[in-house]
Write a protein of this length. Structure first.
Length: 314
């Protein structure tokens, strides 16, 4: 089967001698849900933008020609220009950390905007959406649990609601690939979970291929069967999320490692017994190990909550 996304040997330098992506290659099959992780500045957004056709990759150098193909069509080959015709762009939905909705338009109209590329030019230009269009948008909003907010303005939604409305717009757009760049970075844990749940639901029920960059590793472990990790523009891990080792996480994040997990999970993953036995100075690696163990369990059984008694007697 042909991969839905094929990235081959791409590099990106914004300034001479300062590579942001270095010889990056991977391919993603239809229906996968892949997490992209890495410390701040490792190149996640640049990679996502390149795959979405928003950033041009470097020209061929030292005999290496990078390329990006989506749906079997080469959209970049280092020739400077991005060749993503509208019918290809329509099949890719992109969600950013923020600024996904037009603030002053209603949520319903924002979701209808996903139809623009599919409407006759004149209708799209006028932004007039007929009843059938609006019904499609309402269906999509219902899917993401946002029907009751349809008539609010984009600006009046919470961050998590805005993200779910943006996902509804991608549904209306009939995107087959959804690329989300840190969609939960500025959300509280409850809203973040709802947004990632929604992405996972799109992936599972609609077969939409999802690539999502995430700062919090537990979401990658829990929701995404596969993780690609970047460090200083290179892929340092590409494989099952369940096999991400503590050593790899520590290597990827270095000094940032201590910030990777949510406070709620930090508490759950540091059982009292372990705390009692812990030496005075607990290294970041030890903390990570406990969290990784908890997250692996959580990934295997999403509702698993370690019973406190058994931990005390462990
Ligand atoms: N348009 C640009 N011009 C110059 N440098 C850029 C540009 N975009 C990104 N960079 C640089 O490229 C590097 C990687 O940035 P990128 O945004 O891809 O990282 P990231 O992994 O998404 O980080 P974060 O987790 O903070 O979002 C950074 O050093 C950044 O300053
Ligand atoms: Mg980024």
């Amino acid at each position: 089967m042909q991969p839905i996304i094929a990235v081959q040997r791409i590099s990106k330098c914004f300034q001479r001698g300062n590579a942001v992506l270095r010889d990056v290659s991977f391919s993603i099959d239809k229906g996968e849900m892949v997490a992209l992780i890495g410390a701040s500045g490792s190149g996640k957004s640049t990679l996502i933008r390149a795959v979405a056709g928003l950033t041009a990759i470097d020209r061929p150098r030292d005999g290496v020609t990078g390329s990006i193909s989506v749906f079997g069509l080469r959209i970049q080959n280092g020739a400077g220009a991005i060749k993503a015709p509208k019918n290809i762009r329509m099949r890719i939905g992109v969600i950013f950390q923020q600024f996904n909705l037009v603030p002053r338009l209603s949520v319903l109209t924002n979701v209808c905007l996903g139809l623009l590329g599919r409407l006759p030019v004149i209708q799209g230009t006028l932004g007039r959406f007929n009843e059938a269009d609006q019904r499609k948008a309402m269906d999509a909003l219902s899917r993401v649990g946002m029907a009751e907010h349809a008539l609010k303005r984009g600006v009046d939604l919470s961050g998590g609601q805005q993200q779910r409305a943006a996902i509804a717009r991608c549904l209306v757009q009939q995107a087959e690939v959804l690329i989300a760049d840190e969609p939960i970075a500025s959300l509280d844990p409850g809203s973040a979970r709802r947004v990632v749940d929604t992405l996972a639901d799109m992936n599972r029920r609609d077969g939409i291929t999802v690539i999502v960059s995430l700062h919090q590793v537990e979401y990658a472990l829990k929701y995404c069967p596969r993780t690609i990790a970047l460090k200083a523009g290179r892929i340092v891990y590409d494989g099952p999320s369940s096999a991400l080792s503590l050593a790899t996480l520590s290597e990827i994040y270095g000094a940032e490692a201590g910030d990777l997990f949510l406070p709620s999970l930090q508490q759950q993953s540091a059982p009292p017994a372990a705390q009692a036995k812990a030496p005075a100075i607990v290294s970041a690696a030890q903390i990570l190990q406990e969290r990784a163990t908890f997250n692996t369990l959580a990934a295997a059984r999403p509702l698993y909550v370690p019973p406190p008694e058994s931990r005390l007697h462990a």
